[in-house]
Design a protein around this ligand. Sequence first.
Ligand SMILES: NC(=O)C1=CN([C@@H]2O[C@H](COP(=O)(O)OP(=O)(O)OC[C@H]3O[C@@H](n4cnc5c(N)ncnc54)[C@H](OP(=O)(O)O)[C@@H]3O)[C@@H](O)[C@H]2O)C=CC1
Ligand SMILES: O=C(CO)COP(=O)(O)O
Length: 329
Amino acid sequence: MEKIAMLGGGSWATALTKILSENGARVSWWLRSKDDVQHLRTTRHNPRYLSSVAFDLTRVFPSTDIAEVVKDADWVVLAVPAAFVKEALDKLERDALKGKRVISAIKGMLPSRNELVTDYVVERFRLKDECLGVVAGPCHAEEVALEKQSYLTIGSPDVALAEQFCQLLRNRYVRAHAAADLDGIEYCAVMKNIIALTCGIAHGLGYGDNFQAVLVSNAVQEIRRFLHALSPEPRDLSASAYLGDLLVTSYSQFSRNRTFGSMVGRGYSVKSAQLEMNMIAEGYYAVKSIYELNKQLKVSMPITSAAYHVLYEKIAPAVELEILKEKLR
Ligand SMILES: NC(=O)C1=CN([C@@H]2O[C@H](COP(=O)(O)OP(=O)(O)OC[C@H]3O[C@@H](n4cnc5c(N)ncnc54)[C@H](OP(=O)(O)O)[C@@H]3O)[C@@H](O)[C@H]2O)C=CC1
Ligand SMILES: O=C(CO)COP(=O)(O)O
């Protein structure tokens, strides 16, 4: 039985715990809230995220003690939103992840450092890149709860490690495949959130499907330019780990980033949209990181710039979209 430490108490950690534990793995599960841990232990349900999912407590062990949760694990899965993952991981000793395989399921960057999560983990815990992987692909936690057919891609410089994790995930409704492009997949997962958020802003302002299709097409080019400037490896951006994820986030009713953007487009302030959502829109933090990284790269990124101006410079969404409109083809 594989031993997995799941870090995070939100929707995605809940969905991944369901998949992994129902496939037979033993999952030690770190949640920050004592009440949620207590609720899980007594009722078998996570009270605030995917609360319909019932867990088998002979395989799932919720706890608020992060050091205890990772201690005996073979795999450590990170599913805390990027803005809070440093705070969570910094509770661990520097050698706490020695000899373990670490999989980041986070689609965001550390906002305080404009750094990929995997880069931070390698540096903080002195691990080799080959011990790490990322979970990517178009997959909403809500559809996992409903057991709808889904596809995941595990990216790692060690494709054998990625394949091992795929084996832990595959089931009746999850297909998984391994890929070698860790950085490209991780950056793309960060950037698609910015695009979905901008689609939401446009939707909130009353722009329709015709405009969104052009916005998303231009987004693919923007992502391609940025990835090429950062890491010019050959990669097929039409694969589901890249384009598929961009599409699901931009169009789905479940998308946090699109929902958040739509509220901003309708006139909510950033603060009130965040308070109302109760879930995290990673794109809000990602816009700032990518915009700041791009100050050195100087890639043409009109969509990211527009989102940055709205969210961080308080430019009215309608004004910014008028400007963006002229730049799309
Ligand atoms: N949801 C999905 O379908 C998918 C999500 N992901 C990625 O998974 C990661 C986790 O997101 P997701 O599970 O959706 O999150 P949710 O939006 O479902 O839940 C928010 C999580 O953030 C925690 N949180 C909120 N505020 C704080 C804080 N101040 N300090 C520490 N933790 C806080 C919450 O903890 P608490 O409940 O205790 O408040 C909760 O665990 C993200 O990077 C996301 O992009 C990737 C693929 C799919
Ligand atoms: O990355 C995700 C699905 O693949 C989840 O992000 P959103 O909820 O913003 O779509």
